[in-house]
Design a protein around this ligand. Structure first.
Ligand code: K7E
Ligand code: CUA
Ligand code: CA
Length: 634
């Protein structure tokens, strides 16, 4: 422990240990990285130690005490969402979404497979951008939405039960990447970007002359209530990240491949790519007036937003821009330059003029383009007019002032950079508490670092990543916690604990299992009391209750080849008494929490005796909570 503090002291004093580590970023530009603390005087060893102690006290949550913030982390290519308490950074829960989960049975149960729909055949996902639904620019705590880049899906998670309840595959695009929500008047649309440019139609009919084929990708809006795709907008170039404004009128997205190239060198050819801005009321009006087409089997209205369209505007910005972030005061869209050391500040108040053709040059909406360091990827904000941008190549977070950046751009001699803080290492997203809402409070900053190198005990060639917690409540950013994570949270969102209201046990009328309840009603079964086996041809439905430590049915008979559906209703009322159901050697497992009904379907393909058991620890006699399925040979 004392060793680590000494190392931190050394870093603070400028004896940066990573100076000896060499560059990780392929660009080899690391050597150009700037000094650690621009503008900040080097503290004495004593005052630094006192400051760190003070910060560490803030994040120490006593056993039994609760955190002030919920954090929702994307799980990257593990496909899930993780729930953390902040500032302790304790992991509270995992919410399986685009993955299959052995513990809860997500991807195995009938209820989850209904949510997954056609895409239940995919066992992988790649979740990047979790965002909480809003009303009037404030988190309303109802839903969390998240994209799946791997299989072009968007999912909705109900935050009262922390389960995914809807999912949609966006048609006619490949790889949904950027995702953000309409903030005002409420989240009616989930905006999401199709990243890759593909030929249309993409049915193999144009492979002989692909260059001549029409090729594009689309910006998409999903209806947050129905989770159906509301509209799609054809764009030039490709689409990376997106965000929406605080008036409900505009959304914007970055494009890194204005070149429409298929290879790396081609995608870096242009010095500027662009931000495309979408005029949502104009798009809605065009669709209402019938000015749209549809593609293939899809019924989704498609409008054309390519150059010259009245629905969009293209604003050139340098170079392969990545993150797109709206400041919580509603004044700016900020595009992060990635291959340019700058970020581009787009003044949202000037967009009306841009759309009304009152500006000669779309660049007139760029009110400043501050130079921050190497590899700016994402920007987040406090409530005091400051922004925090990750510098991937420099492995730093830079704190800078929005208004001072504008003054400097106009030629005033003013320093806009407040501080640069080393992070460990190669940060992607960062996220400040409540920053995507009007309630940004400038207390905590999470920085999601892609590399941990030597920060943790080694665990083989695959290293942990490192989500660092930084105290931003004072003048100076202070690193207070390292949080190792598994592949690969891209992004997170922090909400105050009062903004999230969860259920302690299920309601019997919850829509999550309403289809199963309807099936039981058809079979004349009362789920809360009946323990019954219903045969319907070669389909067998086994209805049982569970009350710690017993199942309502401890033995049932089926025939080899029967399709068996086991439906269990957990009649326990006590919080925390979750039961499970696992049929040995059948790949069958599920969670049944208090007052929940869960069901799972499988084929009884092996004659003989097959035990089932409860796999969620529920009682002193949990081991004895078992039963047998007897399968007669065909
Ligand atoms: Cu920068 Cu997918 Cu948000 Cu990763 S994206 S870092
Ligand atoms: Cu029921 Cu363990
Ligand atoms: Ca480019």
């Amino acid at each position: 422990m004392s060793d680590r503090k000494t190392e931190r002291d050394d870093e603070k004093l400028g004896l940066s240990r990573r100076g000896f580590l060499g560059a990780t970023a392929a660009t080899g530009l690391t050597a150009l990285a700037g000094a650690t603390a621009l503008g900040g005087a080097v503290m004495s060893r004593e005052s630094w130690a006192a400051a760190v102690k003070d910060a560490q006290q803030k994040i120490h949550i006593e056993p039994g005490e609760l955190d002030e913030y919920y954090g929702f982390w994307s799980g990257g290519h593990s496909g899930e969402v993780r729930v953390l308490g902040v500032p302790s950074m304790r992991e509270l829960m995992r919410i399986p979404v685009f993955n299959v989960d052995s513990a809860t049975g997500w991807g195995l149960t009938d209820e989850s497979r209904r949510v997954l729909g056609d895409s239940a055949r995919f066992l992988n996902g790649d979740s990047h951008h979790p965002h909480i639904s809003m009303t009037d620019g404030r988190y309303d705590g109802k839903y969390l939405f998240i994209n799946d880049k791997a299989n072009s899906r968007v999912a909705r998670i109900r935050l009262d039960i922390m389960k995914c309840d809807k999912m949609v595959t966006v048609p006619n695009v490949q790889a949904i990447h950027g995702l953000r929500l309409q903030k005002v008047p409420r989240t009616q649309y989930v905006f999401c970007n199709g990243e890759f440019v593909i030929p249309h139609p993409n049915d193999g009919s144009n492979l002989k002359n692909l260059d001549a084929a029409e090729r594009y990708t689309m910006f998409n809006a999903v209806n947050a209530d129905t989770m159906e795709v509301a509209f799609q907008v054809i764009v030039d170039g490709n689409l990376d990240n997106t965000d929406a404004d605080y008036s409900g009128k505009y959304a914007a997205a970055t494009c890194y491949n204005s070149e429409k190239a298929n290879d790396l060198a081609g995608m870096m050819r242009n010095e500027r790519d662009w931000v495309v801005v979408f005029n949502i009321p104009r798009i809605e009006a065009a669709i209402k007036a019938g000015h749209f087409k549809t593609l293939g089997d899809s019924k989704v209205p498609v409008v054309d937003g390519r150059a010259g369209s009245e629905l969009t505007r293209y604003i050139p910005v340098p170079k392969n821009p990545h993150g797109l972030n709206t400041s919580p005061d509603g004044r700016f869209f900020i595009a992060n330059g990635k291959l340019s050391p700058t970020v581009s500040m787009i003044e949202i108040a000037r967009l009306d003029d841009l759309f009304d053709n009152k500006l000669k040059d779309p660049r007139e909406v760029v009110i400043a383009e501050p130079e921050l360091g190497l590899g700016p990827l994402h920007t987040t904000f406090d409530n005091r007019g400051n922004a925090y941008t990750t510098l991937f190549i420099d492995s730093q977070v830079v704190k800078w002032n929005l208004d001072d950046a504008i003054r400097a751009y106009k030629g005033e001699k003013v320093a806009y950079i407040r501080q640069k803080l080393d992070v460990q290492y190669q940060p992607g997203h960062n996220h400040a508490s409540l920053t995507e809402s009007r309630d940004a409070d400038g207390k905590w900053l999470v920085v999601l670092c892609k590399f941990s190198k030597d920060r943790f005990l080694p665990v083989g060639p695959l290293h942990a990543e490192n989500d660092q917690l930084i105290d931003i409540s004072g003048e100076e950013m202070r690193l207070v916690h390292d949080g190792p994570t598994f592949a690969e949270p891209h992004d997170c969102i922090l909400a105050h604990r009062d903004q999230i209201r969860t259920k302690k046990i299920w309601s019997r009328d919850d829509p999550f299992f309403a289809d199963t309840v309807a099936m039981a009603a058809k079979d004349g079964v009362k789920l809360e009391t009946d323990n019954k086996v219903i045969r319907d041809g070669n389909k067998v439905r086994v209805y049982m209750t569970s009350t710690a430590p017993t199942y309502g049915i401890t033995e049932f008979n089926v025939k080899q080849g029967d399709q068996v559906t086991v439906v269990i209703t957990n009649m326990d009322m006590i919080e925390d008494v979750t039961h499970g159901f696992c049929m040995v050697n059948h790949g069958v497992s599920m969670e049944i929490s208090p007052q929940q009904t869960s069901s799972i379907t499988f084929t009884a393909d092996k004659p003989g005796v097959h035990w089932y058991y409860c796999n969620w620890f529920c009682h002193a006699l949990h081991m004895e909570m078992v039963g047998r399925m007897i399968v007669e040979p065909a």
